[in-house]
Write a protein of this length. Structure first.
Length: 89
């Protein structure tokens, strides 16, 4: 099963900059167990609309069955990792 972590952000978003190092740590430790996708909402409004993203940062964990978890605001590493495990990463 493929697992994807989508990070919806904007360059002007302060909390998004707080989220970045947390996501980098997760990416380093989890390696190839999931696909990591960064979505700049200013450049990819169609994708943001498809996922109904209204606040930043928004993280979405999904697998082949669809969205497993959605986080709005700065999200801690433990919560992200729990969602990745539930998704099958």
């Amino acid at each position: 099963m493929s697992v994807k972590l989508m990070d919806f952000y904007a360059d002007w978003c302060g909390p998004c900059k707080t989220q970045d190092p947390i996501l980098e740590d997760v990416k380093e430790d989890w390696g190839d167990r999931f696909e990591f996708v960064k979505v700049n909402v200013d450049e990819e409004q169609d994708v943001a609309n498809e996922y109904q993203v209204r606040s930043l940062p928004t993280l979405i964990v999904e697998n082949d069955d669809g969205v497993v978890e959605r986080f709005v605001g700065v999200t801690q590493r433990d919560d992200i990792e729990d969602a990745l495990e539930r998704a099958g990463a």
